[in-house]
Design a protein around this ligand. Structure first.
Ligand SMILES: C[S@@+](CC[C@H](N)C(=O)[O-])C[C@H]1O[C@@H](n2cnc3c(N)ncnc32)[C@H](O)[C@@H]1O
Length: 280
């Protein structure tokens, strides 16, 4: 009797395994039969909402190409390859001590001619190095809307703001297509090293143009692509001409105002939302 026990147990385990496999095969088979027997109406049910006409039109503004820069996304807009979004893991690079010498951020903020009561948007604020400089410049009567699509970046910035006690900054979690700003609410929207990595630049620009007050400005700070000595990967640089081509599209209603070339590596290309003339 005792010598038969192990083989009896082995036999039970084997049977249990076999019935498990059989059960799995049957349920898999049944579910595939069930899906094959779905009514045509069920099969046609859309998994995501049908794109609107505008969404379809906007989708045609972008092309995917196989042959592209390894540092880019393979997605092209108006002949330019869109760069990859810088991850929040790269925040220490934004905070590097030598950045002031390389980019003269304090000079950049002075060149923007901010006034004490302005509402400014730092679009793609990252860890907020420039947000903080601008918040000090606009003072208690003014406000900085710090927008980013990465929650982690906003958390880093939020921690810094509470440590230094700055209260005139509002953190906004945007999306790839929208900065989530109110229409006619912004005096100046700034993008430092950001625009070239927007996944949906057309949609973002439509929204940003709406968010500007009449007479409001939008400033693009990009590494100069025209200058081979600027030590930055090609897809992360933009020429002044390319910025102008993309931003002066009639849909946005913006006018080029000036290009400031006083920074060591970047240009500041500024556009304005014209004040509408009152109709006679
Ligand atoms: C290279 S970092 C620059 C950060 C900051 N402007 C600076 O110079 O310190 C680019 C930032 O833009 C953000 N970004 C990318 N696409 C965005 C979008 N559609 N809306 C808002 N932020 C975006 C990224 O998450 C990233 O934090």
């Amino acid at each position: 009797m005792t010598s038969q026990r192990p083989s009896f147990r082995l036999c039970c385990v084997f049977c249990a395994l076999l019935s498990g496999i059989l059960w799995l095969l049957m349920t898999q088979g049944l579910s595939s039969v069930a899906s094959a027997q779905e009514s045509p109406a069920d099969a046609e049910k859309p998994t995501s909402p049908k794109p609107t006409k505008t969404e379809e039109k906007n989708a045609r503004r972008y092309q995917m190409r196989r042959d592209h820069d390894p540092n880019g996304t393979g997605k092209f807009y108006m002949g330019r390859e869109i760069a990859q979004v810088m991850s929040f893991h790269g925040a220490p690079w934004l905070e590097r001590p030598e950045r002031e010498e390389e980019e003269r951020l304090s000079v950049l903020v002075k060149l923007l001619k901010l006034k004490p009561d302005m509402v400014v948007a730092d679009v793609g604020a990252g860890s907020g190095v420039i947000t903080i400089l601008m918040a000090r410049e606009v003072g208690d009567k003014g406000k900085v809307m710090a927008i980013d699509i990465q929650k982690e970046m906003l958390v880093l910035l939020g921690d810094k703001l509470s440590r230094i006690g700055l209260k005139n900054v509002e953190l906004v979690l945007g999306t790839e297509k929208s900065p989530k700003l109110e229409p006619n609410s912004i005096d100046l929207a700034l993008m430092v090293d950001v625009y070239h990595e927007f996944k949906f630049p057309f949609e973002m620009m439509e929204e940003l143009a709406k968010s500007l007050k009449p007479g409001g400005r939008i400033a693009f700070v990009e590494y100069r692509r025209e200058d081979p000595d600027v030590p930055i990967k090609l897809v992360h640089k933009m020429s002044e001409a390319q910025v102008k081509i993309e931003i002066t599209q009639p849909e946005f209603g913006l006018k080029w105002k000036e290009t400031i070339k006083d920074l060591p590596r970047q240009h500041i290309v500024i556009f304005e939302k014209p004040i509408e003339e009152p109709k006679p």
